[in-house]
Design a binder for this molecule. Structure first.
Ligand SMILES: *Cc1c(COP(=O)(O)O)cnc(C)c1O
Length: 456
């Protein structure tokens, strides 16, 4: 075949015919109209099968957990709010009885079992789930760099990295990241505290207060008119020109993913403390807000390593930015974006305003994810309001997406089918449900007030 023809054929293959895709996957029709959907992953297999194809395993997570332990004294010294957990960056798990009752009464749900909120909204340092992956990634880079240059010996106490001459060393290096807001906060704060030069490339969705907070740490914040993918592209290009610059790649980073995955063993400890054991008779359902996929993907991966087939992970995305769902349904992963099916990618859930998913996460979740929900923005405000009213807990809109899970649990034909196929119907009374609350504690009061006004 001559080159011209081959080139043209490749182009044809790449060109996405939306009509074809809709014929193959009828769920794309309501999705492209911005309607809420519930999708069950028909490609899900057993944990044992998944393990065979995953390129990461439990040892990788243990390695990440140990690294976080080595850094704990440093974290404790820099961030007083971590003292009670001795430098461990962890959030509370809270049972939300009133919310459960409210869901049953107001959403006409047959919802059964216990309902918990995993409050990553209250993670120290960055006030969002990004305090897991983002901070871990910077610590991993720091350890590698410092050991390679003889600034740190593996046997040292890592607090020595806070000494002025060590900080001078890090001042020669630059960390860069593209962000819709929260990733920038977590990377920016930890990097600035360690002494690095930091540039955060912010997408148009990013809130002003997040930019202001970063600047107060001495972070260089650059703003872009485009969306998240564009901020990433610009940031990466700039970083690639500079040999002493490290770009945190939210879309493909295995380190970021492993930082999130540590959450699995942490949640296990919190459940055990309450005498809750997850097993065949006591299934665990987890509902995770999803943007590019790293956070919910990493956490699901970590939970799967602990609970295998007894944990059922569902992602939640905004109706206008369901990038992971689109990538998984079509099998095109990052080769398709929400704009391709006529969606805007715009949402008040700024942490989830991502048009194109991570290819790496799509691959990891292909056979392990149970399903996905999409949610309208007005529902996010509604959940934000109800949670405040019932439990006195504030979350940012993105972080409320997970509530669509319990609300539609046992309340939707496809969900009931899933429960039936997985022999779960008779076990739902003993089920444990965890809504993963991904951000909100750093949101300033006047911003909270604006969110409430919108929810009225
Ligand atoms: C980033 C973020 C998410 C989703 O994480 P991804 O890794 O982008 O999928 C969810 N909620 C909040 C508040 C976030 O900031």
């Amino acid at each position: 075949m001559n080159d011209v023809r081959r080139g043209r054929e490749l182009q044809m293959e790449k060109k996405i015919s939306v009509d074809e895709l809709k014929k193959e996957n009828s769920i794309l029709i309501p999705m492209s109209q911005g309607e809420e959907v519930l999708w069950i992953n028909q490609k899900k297999t057993s944990f044992v099968e998944c393990e065979k194809e995953w390129e990461l395993n439990r040892d990788d997570i243990d390695d990440a957990a140990k690294r976080l332990e080595r850094f704990a004294p440093l974290i404790e010294a820099c961030f007083p709010e971590t003292q009670k957990d001795h430098g461990m960056i962890e959030s509370p798990l809270e049972e939300i009885h009133k919310m459960k009752t409210y869901i049953k009464e107001h959403y006409n749900s047959n919802f059964m079992g216990r309902l918990f909120l995993k409050e990553d909204s209250h993670l120290p340092i960055a006030g969002s789930v990004k305090a897991r992956g983002g901070i871990y990634e910077v610590l991993k880079y720091t350890e590698d760099l410092a050991v390679a240059h003889g600034v740190l010996k593996p046997t040292d106490s890592y607090e020595i990295l806070l000494e002025p001459e060590k900080k001078m060393f890090f001042q020669n290096y630059k960390i860069q990241v593209g962000s819709t807001g929260n990733l920038g906060l977590s990377i920016g704060i930890i990097s600035a505290v360690l002494g690095y030069q930091v540039i955060v490339h912010m997408s148009a969705d990013a809130r002003q207060w997040k930019k202001d907070l970063l600047r107060s740490y001495g972070v260089n914040v650059r703003e872009y008119a485009g969306d998240y993918s564009e901020a990433v592209k610009k940031g990466r290009a700039l970083s690639d020109q500079d040999p002493k610059s490290y770009f945190v790649d939210d879309e493909n980073s295995k380190n970021l993913f492993l930082g999130y995955a540590v959450a699995g063993q942490r949640l296990e400890k919190q459940l055990e403390k309450r005498n809750i054991h997850i097993d065949e008779e006591h299934p665990l359902f987890v509902y995770l807000p999803c943007g590019v996929g790293g956070a919910p993907g990493g956490i699901s991966f970590g939970l799967k390593q602990i609970y295998g087939d007894y944990v059922h992970c569902f992602f939640a995305e905004p109706v206008q930015a369901p990038c992971m769902l689109l990538g998984m349904v079509t099998g095109k992963n990052h080769q398709i974006c929400v704009q391709d099916i006529g969606l805007t990618g715009k949402t008040s859930a700024d942490g989830l305003a991502v048009g194109r998913p991570s290819a790496f996460v799509g691959k990891m979740m292909n056979h392990s994810l149970s399903g996905e929900f999409t949610v309208k923005d007005e529902k996010l405000y509604e959940y934000l309001h109800v949670l405040m009213e019932q439990e006195g807990i504030f979350l940012e809109p993105s972080a409320c997406a997970g509530f669509s899970g319990p609300i539609r649990m046992q309340n939707d034909e496809r969900m009931n089918q899933y429960l039936k196929e997985n022999h779960l119907e008779s076990k739902m009374k003993q089920a444990v449900h965890v809504v993963w609350a991904t951000g909100g504690s750093l949101v300033p009061d006047e911003e909270r007030e604006k969110y409430f006004q919108k929810s009225l």
